[in-house]
Design a protein around this ligand. Structure first.
Ligand code: FAD
Length: 381
């Protein structure tokens, strides 16, 4: 087995590093503490992604015909690692290029692809993901926001919650109930956020200003042409989307970079000589490495053309473990980082505290591993 990068992959990584060094502002590390979905970072991300797009580095894994370079999943993984190590300056654009774009490529109508793909490929679109509702987070299939067909339109009523980017997004990838069948009764609508009947309220949060929101739909009307795929096809489509999303978030790379910075600080002040500290650092480094390799196992299968299913939950859970362990190491040994002494470590902590909640709770990943990967019996209800 060969763990080395090819010269083309190594050159791609170097090119990304040079781009980041040349493009990010000098005070980037402090600036990035505004929070991953804050208005400040979201606005900066648009400029940054425009520059990435001009260098053909925004959607290298997309097909050539629609603005990509047709590169393999390894290039996608390297791109994501370098962006995360830099504190994800793409902001919410990561969603567009990782999963919203690829989902539209696979399931969108010609009109939807023509309308939505070019702005994503140029780095000037901002989407939000309207999935979770009060009482429907882990149990997404219980969602109740209802879309009722009325002539050529759908009329939508209900509420979403924890919606990142909703305050600034131009389009919502919205899950609605169109019939009472738990999974086959859910339909996706692509909804412009300036449609009358939408109200967005910000929820104050420790992750940063403007990060998460409640979104209310009161008799909101959209044409049936806003539907992605068929009525009731949402469950199949989001299974495809989330597989792409999960491949695209290498939190282990940022965690490892934060750990290395923390160790450098401890070494400099003579605190790394203590054996207990060294053991904790080694355990955290081993978890980061395990998460990286678990993720690479998935990328390998993708690169070989296989469809990867629930096994990606193992890589996700390994990543949550390493994120949490590094965050705890920093809180324990470099606590002043969180009081602004070390902006990079504070930024990692901010990103790390939601690992294992956002994009699906860690315990749910364990359930999936137990039932779908290991085939363990379920407890009778
Ligand atoms: C920063 C942030 C950004 C987010 N952005 C978005 C967004 O843009 N769009 C969006 O739609 N959502 C978003 N979310 C919501 C996120 O997807 C949900 O928080 C997540 O799915 C968990 O759902 P919940 O909050 O309803 O918790 P619950 O599902 O109520 O879970 C609460 C706890 O119970 C545990 N639990 C629940 N069911 C089980 C079970 N069957 N077995 C074992 N344990 C269980 C969970 O693991 C968790 O620890 C975001 C969340 C955060 C924190």
């Amino acid at each position: 087995m060969d763990f080395a990068w090819t010269s083309a992959e190594q050159a791609f990584r170097e090119r990304l590093r040079a781009f980041l060094a040349k493009t990010l502002p000098e005070d980037w590390e402090r600036f990035s503490q505004h929070g991953p979905a804050s208005p400040a970072l979201t606005r900066y991300a648009e400029t940054f992604c425009g520059a990435l797009a001009r260098e053909e580095l925004l959607t290298p894994h997309w097909p050539v015909e629609i603005g990509g370079q047709g590169q393999d999943p390894w290039h996608q993984a390297i791109l994501a690692e370098e962006m995360w190590i830099a504190g994800e300056p793409r902001g919410g654009q990561y969603m567009n290029v990782n999963w919203i774009g690829p989902t539209l490529i696979k399931y969108g109508s010609e009109e939807q692809r023509a309308r939505y793909l070019p702005p994503i490929a140029e780095g000037r679109a901002l989407w939000c993901q309207g999935f979770s509702e009060p009482g429907s987070g882990s149990d997404l299939a219980s969602l109740r926001t209802r879309a009722v067909r009325d002539g050529d339109d759908y009329v939508v009523n209900g509420q979403k919650i924890w919606t990142s980017y909703a305050g600034l997004a131009d389009t919502c990838f919205l899950l609605c109930r169109t019939s009472d069948d738990r999974k086959r009764g859910i339909t996706i609508l692509l909804v412009p956020m300036d449609t009358p009947g939408i109200t967005v309220r910000q929820i104050p949060s420790i992750i940063g200003e403007g990060d998460i929101h409640e979104v209310f739909f009161d008799d909101m009307r959209v044409p049936a042409t806003a539907r992605l795929g068929e009525e009731g096809q949402a469950w199949e489509i989001i299974a495809y989307s989330l597989r792409n999303e999960r491949l695209g978030i290498p939190r282990y790379a940022l965690a490892r970079a934060a750990l290395d910075r923390a160790v450098a600080i401890l070494r400099e002040r003579g605190d790394f000589a203590r054996e207990a500290v060294r053991i904790e650092a080694a355990q955290a480094a081993a978890l980061c490495e395990a998460a990286r390799l678990a993720s690479y196992a998935i990328v390998t299968r993708r690169a070989e053309g296989e469809v990867v299913g629930q096994e990606s939950s193992s890589a996700r859970y390994a990543t949550v473990l390493c994120e949490r362990t590094v965050a705890e190491f920093v809180v324990e040994h470099v606590p002043e980082a969180l009081a602004d002494a070390h902006p990079y470590l504070k930024m990692h902590h901010q990103r790390g505290i939601v690992a294992g909640i956002a994009a699906g709770a860690a315990e749910i990943q364990l359930n999936i591993i137990a039932s779908d990967v290991l085939g363990l019996p379920r407890e009778p209800r």
